[in-house]
Ligand binder design. Structure first.
Ligand SMILES: [Mg+2]
Length: 255
């Protein structure tokens, strides 16, 4: 087995797989990052490309958003008829875009989330974003970020083990423990023997999937691609959604 490293070393031309099973993150991968998350429309090449790709290979959409959010972008781009299977809320939901989704969270975790939501202290400049069976606490507008962060850490320390906290850029998200993009991807990969997982993503939570697939990626049985900069467990890297579209186009042109 090859030794893994957490160094940001992902490099080299991204290979194409013969029988790919695609996992495509939405924001930052299929859609350029924009200031207003309600305006995160797919890259201009994607509406023509995705139907071609999905006609040839299984394609899963992966997102940290609730699936209803992505459905609205797919509907505007006239992609909802593809009925693509999808993983939402960083691995907590599974469904088909345009045809419903189910939560994978336990009742115990759902109740613990509600308790933590009620226990959140009132803090100036803090905004809560509800995401179904998860919620995010944004504090970028706080007048004293360090003070608010200290209070949030104190609050999160009372969290039960059924939940996990994900600390991001001026945001902390609480969600059920043990349901990640990695666990979701492993379940789907196991349902597709003979297919090579090809996972493209730009998020911290995509790293769960890159780590899950690291052994396969090391010996060519998976292709893992980090989009954009930052340390990663992915084997390869692409610069942005335009480069992602360029990479995916090869699968359409070769066939
Ligand atoms: Mg993303």
């Amino acid at each position: 087995m090859q030794k893994r490293s957490s160094e940001p070393k992902a490099s080299g031309r991204v290979p194409t797989a013969d029988a790919p099973l695609f996992f495509l993150d939405y924001d930052g991968t299929l859609a350029p990052i924009v200031d207003d998350p309600t305006e995160a429309h797919p890259h201009p090449d994607v509406p023509a490309l995705l139907p071609e790709l999905a006609a040839r290979h299984p394609v899963w959409i992966v997102t940290g958003r609730d699936l209803a959010d992505v459905e609205s972008f797919f509907e505007k781009a006239e992609l909802l008829d593809l009925r693509l299977p999808a993983i939402g809320l960083h691995g907590m939901k599974e469904g088909v875009l345009g045809a419903g989704a189910e939560s994978l969270a336990s009742e115990e975790a759902v109740q613990a989330l509600a308790r933590m939501r009620r226990a959140l202290p009132p803090l100036e400049g803090v905004e809560v974003e509800d995401k179904g069976h998860a919620f995010a606490v944004h504090y970028r507008a706080a007048p004293d970020v360090d003070e608010v962060l200290a209070q949030l850490r104190d609050w999160a320390s009372g969290m039960p083990p059924t939940l996990a906290a994900i600390w991001g850029k001026k945001v902390v998200e609480l969600r059920p423990q043990g349901l990640t993009k990695g666990t979701a991807v492993r379940r789907v990969v196991d349902e597709h023997p003979g297919r090579v997982p090809v996972y493209l993503g730009d998020d911290t939570t995509d790293e769960d999937a890159f780590e899950e697939l690291a052994d396969e990626a090391a010996d060519g049985r998976a292709v893992t691609v980090r989009v954009g900069g930052g340390a990663t467990a992915a084997r390869y890297r692409l610069e942005n959604p335009a480069a992602v579209a360029g990479y995916l186009r090869q699968y359409v042109e070769e066939a």
